[in-house]
Design a protein around this ligand. Sequence first.
Ligand code: ADP
Ligand code: MG
Length: 590
Amino acid sequence: MSGGSWTRYAFVAFVAVLVAVPAVAPAFWVTLGNYIGLYSIVALGLVLLTGVAGQTSFGQAAFVGIGAYTTAWLTTSLGYTPWITLAIGLAVTAAVALALGAITLRMKGHYLPLATIAWGISLYFLFGNLDFLGGHTGLTSIPPLAIGSFELKAERALFLFVWAIALAALWATANLLDSRPGRAIRALRGGFEMAEAFGVDGARMKTVVFVYAALLACVSGWLYAHLQRFVNPTPFSINMGIEYLFMAVVGGAGSVWGAVVGATLITLLKQVLQDILPGLLGRSGNFEMIVFGVLLVVLLQRAREGVWPWIARLLPRSAPRPVPDAPPLKARHHAEHPGPLLEVRAARKAFGGLVAVNDLTFDIRAGEILGLIGPNGAGKSTTFALISGALPLTTGDVVFRGRSIGSRPPYEIARRGIGRTFQHVKLIPGMSVLDHVALGAYLRGTTGVARAALKLDRQEEARTRAEAARQIARCGLTAHTFESAGSLALGQQRIVEIARALACDPTLLLLDEPAAGLRYLEKQQLAALLRGLKAEGMTILLVEHDMDFVMGITDRLVVMDFGEKLAEGLPAEIQRNPRVREAYLGGVAE
Ligand code: ADP
Ligand code: MG
């Protein structure tokens, strides 16, 4: 909904069609349109939760049920008005989602989807077995929605209301994706490690997305109850949960519009299949579910990203939003600190019986480039992880500017002013260079989900984008600002990682094998960039396997072998050190 002018026209045309439908379309299509609107709202939550954040949920139908049953029971038994029951339903949903999230969101891999199936089924049976909810027959005589004295009884009147809410949800979700928390949510894909390195509390953000998706499902359920005017457990079963997920997957996660496309396609397809399959097969039954199953398999094989990217390819590309100049974001107070900037004190890491880092002690002085080198398996990356907080220490400590940071979570260490890159580049392929670097500035902003969804963050967002553009320029990547990170060469991707780390305004920059896999010219560009950063006063820890690369740019070197410090000194001294040469040659000979 942002971007070039044609998108605005497309959007206006879409709204015009929506307004025209209840006036001209036959009743059958109005009903179908209502359901597509309701499903779109649920699928939208799944686009965010599953498509963007990578958390699969089969259980959304249960949240729809909570929204529907809350309003059904409160309006019929206690005579509450629907507007109050919506607020109550949202509160109940948030509470249930928080509780379920606390239990299940820590699960990894296929355990989370399995857990969502489990509670999806549990809640379904709960609806059917609670006497006050009417058991499997459900609750009837739910009052219609009313705006003032105007009752939304007719399907045609409801159509506009349903779609107004669906469009509002689309708008809010599109805003959210294009914001500070949105970038954090996108960074959750593929694990917390990357997001947490820039100060995002991954577990908290995952819970926020989960609750957001549940709240959308609840709104859909509330609308459903007042559209149908009766509820029973059937539409909140695990079958429907699978269908919602199917809509989100078919539509595609690239855009919030994928939710509408998916909901439309699945609803129409189901309708068509229900009409023609029994005739074709000469018997009745839920044959459409079989066709759906086959289609899902084909889709997962052929078009992982859903159908939205195909549609988007047909549409004219909108020009990227230019980055206007804006006042700088708040900078860190890089006050001089007496003594070393960072002290690794007898740091030890044992993996079972293997001691990967064995009581290692060294300092990093302010303003220097310190190289940490050693043969493969020496324990460099593990040391790096102990400093960045990616791994907890077994014993020992890490002290930054005089304060212990040992075993603190990565997002806390980032807050103290330590930026990092990853040995294996961690970028989201479809996300632009600008967005990646803006994610790096996460800690320098304050916008939360609500502000972002309501688009109240534009000033901070302009400053964040301007800051990202400055860091991109500092690293010489301006020509690639709007390209997706996945389209760049490895050397450029590594530099994007450096720009992203710089955007958090770090006092200390940690780089894990930034030269690995780079060609000669790329290595030279990287070396020039690092020298430039040092000249600007940056302190850098460079973990590197490649001896030749570090010799030219580091001030001092610490050499590791088998988890221990083998030597420490100036590059020239290290180069002459017979023990170091032996360790490297020994490593090669093995
Ligand atoms: P380097 O980065 O110097 O090549 P690493 O720090 O990656 O070395 O590894 C040091 C040692 O610790 C190696 O023997 C490696 O196999 C082991 N190691 C690293 N990570 C783990 C882990 N998560 N679990 C078990 N062993 C590990
Ligand atoms: Mg390594």
